[in-house]
Design a protein around this ligand. Sequence first.
Ligand code: SAM
Length: 238
Amino acid sequence: MSSSAEQESRSPGSANNPGSEEKRPQKRKRQEEDDEQQERWKVQKTVEGHCSKVAAHYNELQECGLAVRNQSHIVYLRNFNNWIKSVLIGEYLEQVKQKNRHSISVLDLGCGKGGDLLKWKKGQINKLVCVDITAISVEQCIQRYGDMKNRCYSNKHLFAAEFVRADCTKELLAEKYPDIMFDICSSQFVYHYSFETLQQADTMLKNACDRLRPGGYFIGTTPNAYELVKRLEASETN
Ligand SMILES: C[S@@+](CC[C@H](N)C(=O)[O-])C[C@H]1O[C@@H](n2cnc3c(N)ncnc32)[C@H](O)[C@@H]1O
């Protein structure tokens, strides 16, 4: 995935880089934060499997605003990911429009805090259903949509939206919106959380397909596990 962006964020701390010394304390701090996070996860109950840890992790992430996000050490990776999503969403919305669909409905599986709301607005869709396992993310997604609506002039179109909190690997969602068929199901950087068991992966796939209109599209992004392990093994701090 993201080779150029990852290299960019990684290179200042590399052994050959003259700036690597001054980056070390920052690196150590990050390592300590990671260790603390691992400890917190260890004490959480594991009976519910990975999903409760995933939800707890995303519940803890604060919405910190654009300025702080731009200071993040993964800002280039985020930008790269966003660019990929924009291209993907733009391309498949175009395909749907070419089929003369006048009212476009989209399911966002694992919507997070609503990082793609603006992309759906630009794509002029008509209906969006946002689903996520993390309660706080769904709340922030609703808030973002509300802000977007408030900023919209009355003559400007904004899609209608529904928000659902659910574990998409364990609950079948079709019953929650029986009357809607989707032109696109979009699941961005989410699918890798579904492979804890075969049954969970199967439920996630059912959720992606159940209400997809014939000829509709599933679009998704997921990290390349082989590439991640390869890079971890090659890293200085492995
Ligand atoms: C990396 S974030 C991506 C968020 C959003 N799709 C985006 O691209 O901005 C992954 C999201 O998947 C959600 N997620 C993980 N496991 C899930 C599950 N079993 N059911 C629903 N959502 C899940 C997390 O809560 C998180 O919001």
